[in-house]
Design a protein around this ligand. Structure first.
Ligand SMILES: [Zn+2]
Length: 418
């Protein structure tokens, strides 16, 4: 008789024997052909609570998306450009690129961290990808189609709830158009999966270029929160501030404004990127805690601050852990040494998330679970606990959480029956 836990243990040890615990999700295609990968792909995962707009669709799907949208062209500098006035000479549609012999792998080299030069600072290349691909969702109809595909993809890998990090650029009306496009995508997806849920964590940026925009991004976000509702629920549930921590302004620059926004919008939740660093001398986690975070984005270097770690544990603050991203950006090469295993063991709630999978892997979230399953040598029961936590620590309402938990439990039981 089929025993899922035994099957899993056997797949895990074969995987470990073949690949070890330093898994390269961009260069080693064999990972995706392994039976353990397939097992984890089928596993009902609950939710992804940390994924960034518009960096989700795997590259083969992103290429297909562009092929279906001839209003987007690719410049000779590999930049996506909305067709029309100003598209540089030599720009081609994706269909033309493919007809000219370019392949998905060519785009992978340009639009994932695979293209970062050996020994270089990966963040430079990584942020360049956001510049190159930033125009992929330039219009509301592109947002709608991109996120319809994103959510159907999640549905196909056993994810039923997405908390998407998204900035709302432009005017209030632009922001509203983007918010409504998310909602239309959700309505489209519900024709396939009536219970799928989407919530938005609105983002500001803490680097030079974006800083003057911070107040307008937050004003836009709160405007969308007031005006875009999924049934009776706010689409925008939380705020966050993002960018490379080691080279951006400190969270301290935004602390007062963050406190004020949260205080003046009852029910608004807070999750901040902090501790995505190898350094031991920054104060980001301390400031995030002072701001009153509900969840902590990454918190990678928390081990350097034992008192803060104790505070996170005592307050039951959930940490959003993105292992594939941490490896892709150079924080941790060997998943067995990823510090979040220690956080988990010390009693801190941990959830497994995808971050920017389009630019860091060939699939979404599956690799993240695979990395910790193998790296932390988790039992199937422990994996189940991580999936459950993704629902319990989501920003859904209590009723929505109970409903999703009940459905997920039933799906998990079916999964274990094989
Ligand atoms: Zn992130």
């Amino acid at each position: 008789m089929y025993n899922a836990a035994e099957q899993y243990e056997s797949l895990k040890s074969s995987f470990r024997a073949q690949f070890g615990t330093s898994i390269d999700f961009l260069r080693d295609a064999d990972v995706y052909a392994s039976p353990l990968y397939d097992f984890i792909r089928r596993m009902p995962k609950g939710a992804d609570l940390h994924a960034h707009a518009d960096a989700i669709l795997p590259m083969d799907e992103q290429v297909a998306f562009l092929r279906d949208h001839p209003e987007l062209v690719i410049t000779p500098e590999w930049q996506i450009h909305y067709f029309g006035l100003g598209a540089p000479y030599g720009s081609r549609t994706m269909a033309e690129c493919l007809a000219d012999g370019l392949t998905v792998d060519d785009f992978r080299r340009q639009w994932t961290v695979l293209g970062a030069a050996e020994g270089s600072y990966v963040w430079d290349w990584f942020e360049g990808i956001f510049t190159k691909c930033g125009a992929i969702c330039t219009s509301p109809s592109l947002v709608q189609d991109y996120y319809t595909r994103v959510m159907l993809y999640y549905h196909s890998i056993g994810v039923e709830h997405l908390e998407l990090r998204s900035p709302f650029f432009g005017t209030r009306e632009d922001a509203l158009a983007r918010g409504n496009a998310y909602l239309r995508a959700l309505q489209e997806v519900r024709k396939t999966d009536p219970a799928f849920t989407l919530r938005i964590v609105a983002c500001g940026g803490k680097n030079d270029v974006w800083d003057p925009l911070f107040d307008s991004l937050m004003d836009n976000a709160m405007y969308v929160r007031e005006n875009v509702k999924d049934g009776g629920h706010d689409l925008v549930v939380a705020i966050d501030i993002v960018n490379d921590e080691d080279r951006s302004y400190s969270l301290s620059r935004y602390e007062d404004r963050v406190r004020e926004i949260v205080a003046s919008h009852p029910g608004l939740r807070l999750t901040l990127h902090a501790g995505e660093s190898l350094h031991g001398k920054n104060k980001e986690i301390e400031i995030a805690l002072r701001c009153g975070i509900d969840r902590l984005g990454h918190g990678f270097n928390l081990y350097r601050y034992p008192e803060l770690q104790e505070e996170v544990r005592r307050k039951g603050i959930c940490m959003e852990i993105c292992p594939v991203s941490n490896a892709a950006l150079g924080y941790c090469a060997d998943f067995s040494a990823h510090p979040a295993n220690g956080y988990r063991k010390s009693g801190i709630p941990v959830v497994i998330c995808s971050d920017d999978s389009a630019y860091q892997a060939h699939s979404v979230l599956i690799g993240d679970y695979l990395a910790v399953a193998v790296g932390w040598d988790l039992s199937l029961d422990e994996l189940r606990g991580l999936c459950r936590a993704s629902i319990e620590y989501s920003f859904l309402s209590e009723e929505e959480k109970s409903a999703l938990l009940a459905r997920w439990e039933a799906e998990w039981d079916l999964f274990e029956k094989g």
